[in-house]
Design a protein around this ligand. Sequence first.
Ligand code: AMP
Length: 249
Amino acid sequence: MKILVCVKRVVDYNVKARPKADGSGVETANVKMSMNPFDEIAVEESVRLKEAGTADEIVAVSMGVAQCQETLRTALAMGVDRGILIETDAELQPLAVAKLIKAVIEKEKPQLVLLGKQAIDDDANQTGQMFAAFLGWSQGTFASKLTVAGESVEVAREVDAGTEILSLQLPAVITTDLRLNEPRYVKLPNIMKAKKKPLDKLTPEELGVDVSPRLTVLKVTEPAQREAGIKVANAAELVGKLKNEAQVI
Ligand code: AMP
């Protein structure tokens, strides 16, 4: 089985995201960038499927600026076999990414596509659902467990009421949730080995995909500051404040 795994370069999850001075977006200049954490989980799962003998090739794809190569190298160091960079300086919205992934799928013909349930920069939670719909493929979103058995894959997904188990026919798209696995640390020898693994470059034009944005970001601002809390001496004072100041009881 061939697996395609999507890896997005985002502001590192330890960095506090700040709006640009002109409010046109999130500041990314001189900010540490890393692989989207949900994509690390997708890479880990694909590598585990290969180690278990279920998958025989894993291809990672990343779309964006030239530095996305670093994200692909991390995926290669984790155990991915080959990388594809779709290089563009254009702003990529989920619809454009979904069209690019569809084009890569048509070229690579994987049986399974693994990707994050959402990117922690735009929190869109749209890409996987969009290209699964474009292709008419089965989709299992927010997977916390997956088991491949022959031509189908069983996915446990976290829903409000508990855990839902789906059986999907391959080919399928699966988006990862936090509890699916704990990604491995990348060891130095594997980082060295990853430098020699193949990494192909394409452009949206070569894939015949129009990536022009369909949404306009009007403004990005800091959330309103929360007011500091206070300590009350006793329950009577709390009830008094809720009644007279907050007027909620
Ligand atoms: P989103 O729909 O933007 O929240 O992203 C969901 C998932 O789509 C991410 O976790 C990635 O796996 C994938 N994805 C989105 N944008 C990109 C990109 N530029 N390059 C690679 N994968 C992406």
